[in-house]
Design a protein around this ligand. Structure first.
Ligand SMILES: [Zn+2]
Length: 169
């Protein structure tokens, strides 16, 4: 029997990448979202020295809805920064800018797992733009609903949302 290599960092990153790849696009998840820019700056656990910063522009049609940034600690295990929930909340509230910071909940290195946290800090500024009009597809669906009742399923996404609304009545 071959001994298994202990690579918690690589295993976690692989899993997270698969999760990201498997997620739907931003446009699919947030129909009203037109543009998204995220500016980030990395700080150490004390929040003092700025290690690096970058600005990312996301194209909702192509970008995945899991929005995450790797931790800048090269030894970090099972940490990183996932802004997906923050983003979802911002969009729900129709915010155009959101700033904040996140603390990495990973481990400092693979030799300190279950003992010392990484706690590196990511400061972010999210800028959002929205579609002015309701997404296309809603109006034809309503018409369809009137004609055929709620059992028709013309398309996924908006249709699912609309059906949910219909059932609540
Ligand atoms: Zn970390």
């Amino acid at each position: 029997m071959r001994p298994q290599k202990f690579t918690p960092r690589a295993d976690y990153r692989l899993q997270e990448n698969l999760r990201t790849q498997a997620s739907v696009s931003l446009a699919e998840k947030f129909r009203e979202l037109k543009s998204l820019t995220v500016e980030i700056a990395y700080f150490n656990a004390e929040g003092v020295s700025k290690n690096s910063e970058l600005k990312c522009t996301f194209y909702p049609d192509n970008a995945k809805s899991v929005v995450r940034f790797d931790c800048h600690n090269p030894e970090c295990v099972r940490g990183d920064f996932d802004l997906s929930a923050t983003l979802a909340q911002a969009i729900a509230q129709r915010r155009t800018t959101v700033t904040g910071e996140m603390c990495c909940q990973g481990w400092l290195s693979k030799t300190t797992i279950d003992q010392v946290h990484c706690h590196n800090i990511l400061r972010y500024k999210i800028s959002l733009g929205y579609q002015l009009r309701a997404p296309v597809g809603v109006i034809p669906l309503r018409r369809l609903e009137r004609q055929h009742g709620v059992r028709e399923r013309p398309s996924a996404g908006v249709a699912a949302i609309n059906h949910a609304r219909v059932h609540e009545r």
